[in-house]
Design a protein around this ligand. Structure first.
Ligand SMILES: [Cu+2]
Length: 56
C-alpha cells in the first residue's frame, strides 16, 4: 500500500501484503488533509484497489 499527498508525493509505502493478510504501518506527523492510498502492485489501483485517507 502506498499513501500519497494531493500532489502525488509518496508519504509511506508498506511492504508487500499477501492476499488474506494484513499489515500495519505508522505515519508520524502527517498534516491534516486529504490523502490517497492505493495498491502499487501492477494494475491493481486501476482495478479499484484505492481509497481516500482524511487526516483531521
Ligand atoms: Cu493489489
Amino acid at each position: 500500500m502506498v499513501i500519497t499527498d494531493s500532489r502525488g508525493n509518496i508519504l509511506a509505502h508498506s511492504e508487500r501484503v499477501k492476499p488474506g493478510h494484513d499489515h500495519v504501518f505508522t505515519l508520524d506527523e502527517v498534516p491534516a488533509g486529504n490523502y490517497r492510498f492505493y495498491c502499487s502492485n501492477g494494475g491493481h489501483a486501476a482495478a479499484g484497489m484505492t481509497g481516500a485517507l482524511t487526516v483531521t
